[in-house]
Design a protein around this ligand. Structure first.
Ligand code: ADP
Ligand code: MG
Ligand code: ZN
Length: 479
């Protein structure tokens, strides 16, 4: 039997505002000292009153504009009542029937709604050194009241792969817009996957299962694949799927039943009486629209068009806005030096070599000492054939450390690119004499031996020879 997977996502994102959602406490859930960033409001003391963080509201509306959604002109907060020790008020301020944002589309998936709510505190079980004689749970409210955005998609997603690419694109957009760092490992972005299977010819969706506790993009895709198999087997046996919440166990790579799903009426939603309703003018919304920078997809398409690069190359560049900006600055510098700039060459040095250096140091493009102009000068030198790739990589690293330009490094290091036959020929002769075996292999028709000889000569020249020239000279000498 063939089943079609139906997948919808609920994604929570902590907004990177300065203060919390309804009080002036710093929004820093990573504060090490427990309960440092708390006040009577976010601790839920009776008699205190919340105040809406306008910046948090603006950020959610901004995301709505970026995905071409409908922005509510009138909206309000609701109380969602439930008990949990990390929720001191006994209710969460959230939004129920009038979310800030409805509709919209992102990475080909329809968005149902985006609303604003507050995060909960954190429970800590058995802290080493703090735990007395019996198991104890501690509560840290530093995260309580942090602005939390929830985005819900329509069930338009069809695979683990699509789940991952949707979530990645959302993360990029959130970062481009400066809404949140949306780091999954830090819990700033939390994905819940809803999944059901339906027979190809069925009229209605099957019963869905919700999977929580997903802490990476890969885990999201793995959880989808696991549930597809699990549900498929049950249905194949003639069994029924129970609507429930399951947790992803990353170590075992399986989902585990947590609880049967509660429905909306259990929460007794009603309009939050302590907060005024919100209304937004057309002018306010338009101003937010105008503030939206070029988004990843538009940038990808433009880069492919303007620089003639492949879609996979554009993906690499657009992944981080700073990297894309750096590339564009370097391109405009290169254009001043070379009327036929090699964009692909520049891109390779940026995405593989430069990013490689940064990654090994745990840094970002903003941390390098190489200015876009210096970077362009290096590429121009490579393009003119004045550097071997080995020299270029050496110079790049030295530029990164010192902030000097490529020419300065070449002269201060006494580097010289040798392509002059008179200087290269003695080395060729020496290498031929020392490598009888490789020479005879080459003459027997093994082209790899020529590569070996070129490598030996290059090493002898400390990487500062023209590899093309070496190859030609060997061919000539050995013919
Ligand atoms: P609930 O009221 O149970 O939370 P919602 O209608 O709010 O359900 O949808 C929650 C999420 O589940 C959404 O992302 C939606 O796309 C997804 N979803 C709804 N129905 C299904 C289904 N049959 N299979 C998979 N996902 C679904
Ligand atoms: Mg729901
Ligand atoms: Zn507070």
């Amino acid at each position: 039997m063939n089943y079609i997977p139906i997948i919808g996502l609920e994604i929570h994102v902590e907004l990177g505002t300065k203060s919390k959602m309804f009080c002036m406490c710093p929004n820093d859930p990573f504060e090490k000292k427990p309960n440092e960033n708390t006040c009577p409001v976010c601790l839920g003391h009776p008699g205190t009153l919340p105040v809406i963080n306008q910046e948090a509201v603006r950020r959610v509306i901004m995301l709505g504009c970026a995905i071409n959604a409908t922005i509510a002109h009138e909206s309000h907060f609701d109380r969602k009542s439930y008990f949990y020790p990390d929720l001191p008020k006994g209710y969460q301020i959230s939004q129920y029937d009038h979310p800030l944002v409805e509709g919209g589309i992102l990475a080909g998936v329809r968005v149902k709604r985006v609303h604003l709510e507050e995060d909960t505190g954190k429970l800590l079980h058995d802290i080493p050194g703090y735990t007395p004689h019996k198991p104890t749970t501690f509560v840290d409210f530093n995260r309580a009241g942090v602005p939390l955005m929830e985005l819900v998609t329509e069930p338009d997603i069809k695979s683990g792969e699509e789940t991952m690419s949707f979530a990645r694109e959302l993360q990029r957009i959130l970062r481009y817009l400066g809404i949140s760092d949306a780091d999954m490992e830090k819990g700033q972005m939390r994905i819940e996957v809803n999944i059901s299977l339906m027979k190809e010819d069925a009229e209605e969706f099957g019963t869905k299962v919700e999977v929580k506790n997903i802490n990476s993009f890969k885990a999201a895709a793995d959880a989808v694949r696991y549930e597809m198999d699990r549900q498929g087997e049950i249905l194949e046996r003639g069994g029924v799927i129970t609507q429930e919440t399951r947790g992803w166990d990353d170590v075992r790579g399986i989902t585990v039943s947590q609880r049967s799903k509660e429905s909306a009426h259990d929460y007794r939603y009603f309009p939050e009486p302590d907060l005024p309703p919100m209304s937004f003018s057309e002018e306010y919304i338009n101003e937010i629209k105008r503030s939206i920078p070029e988004l990843p997809q538009a940038k990808r398409e433009r880069f492919m068009r303007e620089f003639g690069i492949l879609s996979s190359q554009a993906d690499d560049l657009v992944d981080e806005r700073d990297l894309a900006d750096y590339f564009e600055s370097a391109v405009s510098e290169l254009l001043k030096m070379n009327s036929e700039p090699n964009f692909s060459l520049m891109l390779n040095y940026l995405v593989s070599d430069m990013k490689g250096i940064l990654k090994s140091e745990g840094k970002n493009i903003g941390d390098t000492n190489i200015s876009p102009e210096h970077f362009a000068r290096l590429i121009a030198l490579i393009q003119k054939g004045e550097l071997s790739s080995r020299m270029a990589k050496d110079i790049l690293f030295k530029m990164h450390v010192s902030g000097d330009g490529p020419e300065e490094i070449i002269s201060s290091e006494g580097m010289k690119f040798v392509s002059d036959d008179n200087a290269l020929l003695p080395v060729i002769v020496e290498i031929i004499e020392k490598n009888e075996k490789a020479v005879s292999d080459y003459k027997k028709g093994k082209p790899a031996s020529l590569q070996f000889l070129v490598g030996q000569a290059m090493a002898r020249m400390r990487g500062q020879a023209d590899p093309e020239r070496l190859r030609n000279l060997f061919e000539k000498e050995l013919s």
